[in-house]
Design a protein around this ligand. Structure first.
Ligand code: N2P
Length: 379
């Protein structure tokens, strides 16, 4: 169960916040004139489809720093880069369940919070949750959070399933007879063992964060039964596949499916896409910014983190990719339709049903990886 997000604020606090936002902008501009002589390139490695159009150009203008921006769509890809050492990156954005182990392994530099005044905007309740993986919030600052649930081409799926099963039910994915009906229009699942095993265990009524190897072996048996109906494993391409009508179902991430929905609307597609958090709960996770220990440009990395936590900067990101931040002040600037979309900001009642992805012991991760290969190859 998760605590509710913080309450409202009075006019005094609002004025103060406006003043702080203005001050941040001014110091940003001041920074630009200083920074022009720095000849620094900030190397950022982040998830795909996770940033607004102007985020990088505005940072480059304000701070006089060039940004090299690379993408990944899997925590395992990022982790492999970090493990190989000297990644060259100044900012990485692991999910907090991975970050917890990476912190313990000494991969990140502690944050100099005197350089991060915008941390004052962060929701203490959400920071307390993230502290479960990063005690004292010493190494990481949330970039965004989201849920892992079900995305549909509602128009096509309703035709195939009729009213036999509600779309906000895990039964669509985990009952083999249901998902088999969708195979003909394309069934996609994330290529992310941590996400899929947590959802499967939850569906089975087990602890989604189980540390018992037998639970994972049992979960594989459940997964094997739906394997014949899965037509692709995808953790980023599925956005375009939904918009293109190439798949009608995905086990996917909230913002990604919502990006697809908006793109389909803009393109006036003859179908409706929609994201559902299944009744009874789903995973919630936080992707967090961290500075690798060997990062070549730590000062610029801190400037980046503080810039991202400027409420207006992050509001533009949420408006583009439909993932909220832990920045309480930012929500004020988020487009009203986005702020009121339960796929982006789940209601307090739904939040109570969500479970947080947490770091698991290495032997469980190794088991997950092994079983995942078996699942994918269908053996
Ligand atoms: C962004 C997906 C991020 C979610 N496209 C994975 N934590």
């Amino acid at each position: 169960m998760l605590p509710r997000r913080g309450g409202g604020r009075g006019p005094v606090r609002r004025c103060l916040s406006a003043a702080l936002v203005a001050a941040t902008t001014v110091s940003g501009l001041f920074g630009a004139s200083l920074a022009q002589a720095r000849d620094t390139t900030l190397n950022v490695y982040n998830w795909s489809d996770y940033i607004a159009k102007d985020t990088i150009p505005n940072f480059e203008k304000q701070f006089g720093v060039k940004v090299r921006y690379d993408n990944y769509d899997s925590d395992d890809t990022l982790q492999a880069k970090l493990l190989s050492g000297n990644s060259g990156y100044d900012i990485v954005v692991p999910t907090s369940n991975y970050a917890g182990r990476q912190i313990a392994a000494g991969m990140f530099a502690p944050l100099d919070k005197s350089k991060l005044p915008n941390l004052k905007y962060l929701d203490p309740a959400l920071m307390a949750l993230v502290a479960g993986a990063d005690p004292g919030n010493r190494y990481t600052v949330p970039w965004a959070f989201g849920t892992t649930g079900l995305g549909y081409n509602v128009t096509k799926v309703k035709k195939l399933l009729g009213d036999t099963v509600p779309l906000d039910s895990w039964d669509v994915l985990f009952k083999p007879e249901n998902i088999a009906k969708l195979k003909s229009c394309g069934v996609s699942v994330l290529d992310a063992p941590d996400q899929m095993f947590a959802a499967t265990l939850h569906y089975m009524g087990r602890d989604p964060m189980s540390t018992k190897p037998s639970d994972y072996r049992d979960a594989l048996e459940v997964l094997k039964k739906i394997r014949p109906s899965i037509t692709q494993f995808s953790s980023s391409g599925y956005i375009n596949d939904m918009v293109g009508g190439d798949i009608c179902f995905t086990f996917g991430w909230s913002g990604d499916v919502t990006i697809a929905r908006h793109r389909a609307e803009e393109a006036k597609k003859p179908f409706v896409l929609q994201y559902f958090i299944p009744k009874g709960g789903a995973a919630i996770w936080f992707d967090v910014m961290a500075i690798p220990k060997d990062a070549p440009h730590k000062e610029a990395a801190l400037e980046w983190i503080n810039y991202i936590e400027n409420p207006q900067v992050h509001a533009a990101i949420t408006d583009t990719v439909y993932y909220p931040s832990a920045n309480l002040e930012s929500r004020k600037y988020v487009d009203k339709a986005v702020a009121n979309d339960p796929a982006v900001y789940p209601s307090a009642d739904v939040i109570k049903t969500l479970f947080l992805l947490k770091p698991l012991p290495p032997e469980i991760l190794r088991l997950q990886t092994r079983l995942w290969t078996q699942f994918k190859t269908g053996h």
